[in-house]
Design a protein around this ligand. Structure first.
Ligand code: NAG
Length: 403
């Protein structure tokens, strides 16, 4: 749930679990309601000779001065664009009427659609005879999540969307959509069924469902859509946390927990990208409650704490991570960076050199300007060696990948 929100509200939603409730309340004024407004317009008596409101003019197909043209098409076709968001960037036109308003699918239902996606020049980029997704979960591009809930069962509609509600500034490889591409979608709503009752869902299916939502989150993350990623991870988490009325084996329990911790870690990463440090910290803490030795959670928590200026705690956390994985260069680098920052914060430069060089016998009181220049040399050497080591790791990864 929760994709029908403005950007601002998405951000609020992703802020923290606690905020989710208030965000939902605030979304009362958002897209769903504007959708409702337009539904009313949609059904307005089009014999009315008032010109339609500006947002609804669309392609200017309506000619209110000519009553014959404003009569509904006797074949049941409605020749009018609906401006879904009121900004002209997402428009829907009914090509063939469906079963009526009551047959519209609800958010959270599983729907099946026939989809044909084209660029504005007519190039078809994707054709799906029966695409299934959960409505409003962010499983598909926003244009579909927003418009399919305005469709009646069996309805065929044409949707025109700005890149913003489709594949955005990055475009996509699969389907092949260039950057900033407006799209034209031909949709037929085929089916809508209630989502399965999570309490009765066999654990294996629960794991599969949660994993699917998590992968959706990963896809959003990779595209840089961090708020959408958080949304998908939250859905996955809810699935893993849902109570169950069916028997569950210890292995399945373990499997669910595993997905949950992965989601929490990925969620923390997304929240970090959104600069929601408190929320990210909560996610890490939650992950560590389940798996105290989870290196990813420790590593990310260290990062968050550092960003919050909690250097002492951050260093402690990263040391714990390093203890579990002593050869990890990323953790080493992050820790050195933190130790350095921490020292700077305390204004103790001598301590910084000592820790960076990892030379406990070094007596800072004897440090002279000359010592500083030798430090400079060692410093270069240290980073040169690190670069060589990382290069080696990269090379072995390449070799491993080829075999
Ligand atoms: C080091 O740890 C980080 C954080 O857990 C992880 O993302 C990274 O893959 C690790 N690197 C190696 C080489 O194991």
């Amino acid at each position: 749930r929760g994709l029908l929100m403005t950007d601002r509200e998405e951000i609020m939603e992703s802020d923290s679990h606690d905020n989710a409730q208030s965000a939902k309340k605030n979304s009362k004024t958002s897209l769903l309601d504007s959708g409702e407004d337009f539904e009313v317009l949609d059904e307005e008596d089009i014999d009315d000779d008032e010109p339609p409101p500006l947002e609804d003019v669309g392609e200017g197909k309506v000619q209110p001065t000519n009553p014959e043209n404003t009569n509904p098409d006797p074949t049941g076709q409605v020749d009018e664009w609906l401006d879904v968001l009121g900004n002209g960037q997402l428009k829907k036109k009914v090509l063939k009427e469906g079963e009526g308003r009551d047959s519209r699918p609800q958010k959270g239902q599983n729907v099946k659609i026939r989809l044909k996606t084209s660029l504005v020049d007519g190039t078809v980029v994707e054709e799906k005879p029966d695409l299934a997704f959960t409505l409003g979960d962010g499983d598909v591009i926003q244009a579909l999540d927003l418009t399919v809930q305005l469709m009646a069962m069996g309805e065929e509609a044409l949707i025109q969307t700005d890149a913003k509600y489709a594949y955005g500034a990055r475009g996509s490889l699969e389907p092949a959509v260039p950057a900033n591409a407006e799209l034209s979608l031909e949709v037929k709503l085929l089916e809508a069924t209630d989502a399965p009752d999570l309490e009765l869902l066999p654990p294996a299916e629960k794991i599969a469902l949660a994993s699917q939502k998590r992968e959706r989150g990963n896809a959003h993350y990779q595209r840089g859509d961090y708020a959408f990623a958080v949304n998908s991870y939250s859905i996955a988490l809810q699935i893993t946390e849902s109570s169950s009325k069916v028997d569950i084996t210890p292995e399945e329990e373990e499997g669910l927990l595993d997905v949950k911790v992965k989601c929490l870690n990925n969620m923390a990463a997304s929240q970090l990208k959104l600069d929601h440090y408190d929320a990210a910290l909560k996610s890490c803490v939650s992950a560590l409650q389940h798996q105290p030795d989870n290196i990813k959670a420790l590593f990310r928590m260290g990062k968050v704490l550092a960003l919050q200026g909690e250097y002492t705690e951050a260093i402690q956390t990263l040391r714990k991570a390093l203890k579990l994985e002593p050869s990890n260069k990323t953790i080493h680098a992050e820790l050195s960076k933190l130790v350095k920052k921490h020292s700077e914060q305390r204004g103790a430069e001598q301590a910084m050199y000592k820790k960076m060089l990892g030379n406990p016998s070094d007596n800072s009181s004897t440090q002279k300007p000359r010592a500083k220049s030798s430090w400079g040399l060692s410093w270069k050497w240290l980073f040169g060696a690190t670069a060589v080591a990382i290069g080696g790791v990269a090379l072995s990864v390449v070799i491993a990948a080829r075999n």
